[in-house]
Design a binder for this molecule. Structure first.
Ligand SMILES: *[C@@H]1O[C@H](CO)[C@@H](O)[C@H](O)[C@H]1NC(C)=O
Ligand SMILES: *[C@@H]1O[C@H](CO)[C@@H](O)[C@H](O)[C@H]1NC(C)=O
Ligand SMILES: *[C@@H]1O[C@H](CO)[C@@H](O)[C@H](O)[C@H]1NC(C)=O
Ligand SMILES: *[C@@H]1O[C@H](CO)[C@@H](O)[C@H](O)[C@H]1NC(C)=O
Length: 157
């Protein structure tokens, strides 16, 4: 007789997951007063759901938002950008078609997959052309998420 299985799959958020989510790293230019930050909502997402990367403390005189996949601002990793001056949204090489950039700089990821897990970097530019950087993390768990304590117990992966 087997006890009813208390599946680790259903809990979703592992201890390591919480630690990683909390370790959200942020970089900012020391010349600015308020700290530009990225808040992923939710911290730990299920596959095929949406994740919103909320931008906090962008400076009042921001004229552009540039999002990159990874902890980088290399052109080849640019996902999407928005210029407030020209009111134009441009997609970059790392654009997957599932990202929506709002005019307040926040980035919506639709239908996320485990491959979307990782760091995302936002670079803003203000009207003195001074850049600010912030990095946030998206975590997506599936049936056999890396953070799950016992992936072998999860059926259907
Ligand atoms: C905004 O910046 C201020 C000053 O650096 C900081 O105290 C506050 O926590 C920041 N807010 C967010 C949401 O990051
Ligand atoms: C930005 O815009 C999005 C979409 O309208 C909204 O969900 C979000 O709360 C707004 N605020 C911030 C701080 O991103
Ligand atoms: C991002 O890159 C910088 C410089 O290469 C490094 O100092 C920092 O630790 C990295 N952060 C993350 C979250 O990987
Ligand atoms: C989400 O992505 C998966 C594969 O990545 C695809 O099979 C599915 O149709 C997508 N769902 C929506 C609502 O776009």
């Amino acid at each position: 007789m087997q006890p009813p299985s208390a599946s680790p799959c259903r809990g979703g958020v592992s201890w390591q997951g919480i630690l990683l989510a909390v370790s959200l790293l942020t970089f900012w230019n020391p010349h600015t007063t308020a700290q530009l930050t990225i808040e992923p909502v939710p911290f730990d997402a299920a596959e095929e759901t949406h994740v919103l990367l909320l931008v906090h403390n962008a400076s009042q005189n921001t004229i552009g938002y540039y999002w990159f996949k990874g902890n980088t601002t290399e052109d080849s990793h640019e996902i999407i950008s928005y210029s407030i001056l020209t009111q134009k949204i441009n997609t970059g090489p790392a654009f997957s078609g599932r990202e929506t950039l709002y005019t307040n700089g926040s980035l919506l990821f639709m239908n996320v997959t485990k491959e979307d897990t990782g760091f995302y970097t936002l670079r803003t530019l203000n009207n003195e052309l001074r850049p600010e950087l912030a990095t946030g993390e998206i975590r997506v768990h599936g049936e056999s998420a890396q953070g799950a304590p016992s992936p072998d117990l999860c059926p259907g992966s």
